[in-house]
Design a protein around this ligand. Structure first.
Ligand code: AGP
Length: 609
């Protein structure tokens, strides 16, 4: 959560900082601020509540000239959303921006108050600023030493950048558990939480690792590892195009990302489906094959949309590969005593690879005796990829809208490929894996076909936009699709939505049915259709308002709204049926005029537990 940008430049820094921090709004957007040491060596700080556009307006009114500064966009953890709590925080000559949570902030606050420090905010970050100042004045050590001494006193996670007015030529960055990246310029250098912020200026990056401290000047970068040894970290050239960070012809990133799904899935499949009916993931080594071959149980751990993808795959692992599969919400997984089943493979799923709950679950699992751990992730440079035994990339491309769309369908694509791969490893030339591969090849075309139904979905969205509550129903592997549809709707339209297994309705939720609560039912033509039909009748006979998403003809006279969708193969039906639900949520939110890409109270990358 929260986005950080810092730079030490040849040019005037103000526009650079605001353009870059704007790109990190997806990490938090309740308030933002910047601090620049100007050409007269004054600390110039501007902070405001609201989105970065407010900061831009305020900054444009002032003429600030300087070559070193920091900026921050906040997702509140400690302290309400207010100007006082907005970063940067300052203690005399020390300026700090921070992403993360300091667990022992209140003990440190009392300690510093006793030393005479007066706090102007409720944040844990101001504690860091005063602690650094106190350490600096205690021994007159170098700022690097001061930071090393101070972070020994911090419990929790942090990525931070510090500037010192008394030496305004360098930025100092410290990384623990939240990502930080250095961007390399020509006689100028930058720091950010994510390369997206810097792509407009550079494609050359260095990723800091756990415990690293970096001193970044215009012409020099020195990195020290957690043992204080100078260390060279690898430089990478990003292959992300700057234009992929733009919305192009679309109104919202979410809309763009929904329509990008055929292409994202093609990229995910590319060079991985082989003519000999084998699946090849270049990022996996032979050791992974050995682990997959020996796997007798699978434990999936994830959050939000990624959890829903895991839930779909449970049906595939069990019904197609005969492997028992458990799926658990990451925050629950790491907060209870676990019994690990024999020869279990742990799989984490994540778009960002930085979700703190999922990372904690992975770290916790390492003590529990799993056969190995695999992450399926969209970000190659992420902590989850770095800390996992093996990884497979989803190749969705950058996803900026807070509501996950193409990351979900590409996760499902990878999971289905993984099912086929494991079947292949365990039984040569299996017909099921052959069928999976054939069907996956058709998937992008099927998604293109359903995206053409957008007008149909838009019309329904216009009818439903004024509703206060909705129910989503699905059966079998369409139940997690109902969960994902409900999550999309509540996340971006703020309409309360719940998902149930169709068969569970009669055990309680049926009491909610009336003409004001639309029921969205996913009922494709499959072996479960007759059971779903009975549920549809139960709803109709109680005067319910029902919208059925199906490719099946309905031959009876009930008062139901059927959204007739094109044909799809049963194997890939879950990946197909989420598309109309993504569109439904999008068009409802569009009609309501909510902030689709940055819904209230949320952030794209949830780096706090
Ligand atoms: C879904 O639309 C949300 N943005 C959210 O539930 C998300 O899927 C969750 O926070 C997990 O994120 P991750 O995939 O990056 O780990």
């Amino acid at each position: 959560m929260c986005g950080i940008v810092a730079a030490v430049t040849q040019r005037n820094i103000t526009n650079f900082l605001i353009n870059s921090i704007k790109k990190l709004e997806y990490r938090g957007y309740d308030s933002s601020g910047l601090a620049i040491i100007d050409n007269r060596n004054n600390i110039m700080r501007i902070r405001c509540v609201g989105k970065v556009d407010e900061l831009i307006k305020k900054t444009n009114k002032k003429k600030i000239f300087g070559n070193i500064g920091v900026a921050h966009t906040r997702w509140a953890t400690h302290g309400k959303v207010s100007k006082e709590n907005t970063h940067p925080h300052i203690s005399s000559n020390i300026v700090v921006v921070h992403n993360g949570i300091i667990e022992n902030h209140s003990t440190l606050r009392h300690f510093l108050q006793k030393k005479g420090y007066i706090f102007s905010s409720d944040t844990d970050t101001e504690v860091i600023a005063h602690l650094l100042h106190w350490e600096q004045n205690k021994k007159k050590d170098s700022l690097k030493k001061v930071i090393q001494n101070s972070i020994k006193k911090l419990d929790g996670n942090y990525s931070m950048v510090i500037i010192d007015q008394n030496n305004p030529t360098r930025l100092i960055a410290a990384r623990s558990k939240s990502p930080l990246i250095i961007g390399l310029g020509i006689e100028e250098n930058f720091i950010a939480s994510d390369q997206i912020a810097l792509l407009h200026t550079t494609k050359r990056f260095i990723y800091l690792e756990e415990g690293d401290i970096a001193i970044v000047e215009k012409k020099n970068i020195n990195i020290f590892n957690k043992d204080n040894f100078t260390i060279k970290r690898q430089k990478i050239i990003s292959n992300i195009e700057h234009k992929s960070v733009e919305k192009g012809q679309y109104r919202h990133y979410m809309e763009k990302e929904i329509y990008e799904q055929p292409e994202s899935i093609r990229n995910t499949l590319k060079n991985r489906l082989k003519n000999n009916n084998k699946i090849f993931f270049s990022e996996l080594g032979l050791k992974a094959n050995n682990i997959f071959y020996n796997t007798e149980n699978i434990q999936i751990v994830a959050c939000g949309t990624s959890y829903n993808a895991g839930m779909v795959s449970r049906y595939w692992f069990e019904s197609l590969a005969n492997i028992p599969c458990n799926v658990e919400i990451a925050s629950e997984f790491s907060s209870r005593k676990l019994i690990v089943r024999k020869k279990s493979l742990l799989i984490t799923l994540s778009q960002s690879g930085e979700t703190a709950d999922t990372l904690s679950a992975l770290r916790y699992s390492k003590k529990l005796g799993y056969l190995g751990n695999l992450t399926i992730c969209n970000m190659e440079s992420s902590s989850l990829v770095k800390e996992s035994d093996f990884y497979i990339l989803t190749k969705a491309g950058l996803e900026i809208g807070v509501a996950s769309t193409k990351s979900f369908t590409t996760q499902l694509t990878v999971l289905l490929m993984l099912v086929a791969k494991i079947i292949n490893l365990k039984q040569e030339n299996n017909d099921i894996s052959k069928k999976i591969i054939e069907t996956l090849n058709i998937l992008p075309i099927r998604i293109e076909e359903i995206l053409k139904k957008n007008t149909l979905i838009k019309n329904i969205a216009n009818i439903l936009a004024n509703k206060k509550n909705m129910l989503f129903l699905g059966r079998g592997n369409q139940y997690p699709i109902a969960m994902e549809g409900a999550l999309k709707l509540k996340e971006i339209s703020y309409i309360h939505a719940e998902a149930y297994q169709s068969g569970e309705l009669k055990h309680g939720p049926l009491a909610l049915i009336d003409k004001n609560i639309p029921v969205i039912m996913i009922a494709p033509k499959n072996s479960l259709f007759e059971k779903n039909k009975k549920n549809i009748k139960e709803i109709c006979s109680r005067g319910g308002l029902i919208y059925v998403f199906s490719n099946q003809e309905f031959d009876y006279e009930d008062n139901i709204n059927v959204i007739k969708l094109p044909y799809v193969e049963e194997l890939i039906a879950p990946i197909f049926y989420i598309i109309p639900l993504q569109l439904l949520a999008y068009y409802i939110a569009l009609k309501k005029g909510t902030d689709i890409d940055q819904p209230r109270h949320l952030a794209k990358s949830v780096t706090v537990e």
